[in-house]
Design a protein around this ligand. Sequence first.
Ligand code: LMR
Length: 394
Amino acid sequence: MFQNLKAQPADKILTLMQAYRDDPRDNKIDLGVGVYKNAEGITPVMRAVKAAEHRLWKEQVTKAYTGLAGDPAYSDAMISLVLGDAVARENVAAAATPGGTGACRQAFELIQMANPDARVFVSNPTWPNHLSILSYLGIETIAYRYFDDETRAVDFGGMLEDLGAARAGDVVLLHGCCHNPTGANLNAVEWQAVIDLLNEKGLIPMVDIAYQGFGDGLEEDATATRMVASQVPECLIAASCSKNFGIYRERTGLLMAVSQDRSQHGLNQGTLAFLNRQNFSFPPDHGARLVTMILSDDALRTEWAAELEEVRLSMLDLRKSLADELQRLSGSDRFAFLAQHRGMFSRLGTTPEMVEKLRADYGIYMIGDSRMNIAGLNAQTVPVLAKAIIDAGI
Ligand code: LMR
């Protein structure tokens, strides 16, 4: 049997992560995988998470199964964090999933169950694992224009034109904030135009929101998702706690199926539970429980939000100092987009050959499409990266 297996395409983010680990150079710089690092290069356990873990260790008396959709208190807390009061709770079916990836996977399976003819429109570019899972499931994808290589901003005209070719029942995958991999995002007016188009053409949005709190703030980053959820007849939302709670390895996500038609609720909720049962049965609980504790305790929530804000502001500082340093070295504004992008990533907009040169000659690791994890920088490495970019001739 095993001899029939075929080697599968390697994930470029994880391959780069391993290459970085294997590089013996002391001065190497990791701008690859999307993991936050503080100025000391550490991915810390957030203060509120540590406090919640401590409390959990003292107070938890059982590790018996929760429910197929996870603890309802977790869904309540996360729905409120992501959607605020944009949608009534009764309109949202939800299930805990292993991370945001698990939420995406379950969402794609639900789409396939509900409408095998649906095609999924994806931004060009999008997170590579979106494409990998969709292709694995045999779901047809169609790329819509998103990133303008010249301006390093959103090619909004191209995006609308390409979405205009979708047919009723197709799904449009959107990044709720902090677009991965580009860092370029729609403004509120553009979001509204996209929502109008979705409604006009009968398209179903699926919003992937994995970086809430990393862009313009916790509430601000949820605005677009809330606009979508409150204005379309139905949508899917995949949320992740990996980054904003710093609990990457705990695999903590939530899939939401929002429907304006409340009579759908039971069916939607039952389907999410069924899909969990087929794929992994009960979702992981530890991270979800910490998130629930933090979001429902005033002191822990305040502590968490304050630390998240420190993280967000430090990334903005890094963006600004990198853009300033590149402005100083190049004598031009051609890198000003780095300060305008939001979230963990920016696409530098250079060739794979240049990316390889940065890796080979300077020990700087970024994804082949020139996606940089801004949080991989610090005050010492910003000038090193800026100089390498200019010296390499980018
Ligand atoms: C990333 O884009 O680097 C992260 O979302 C990690 C991953 O799983 O790819």
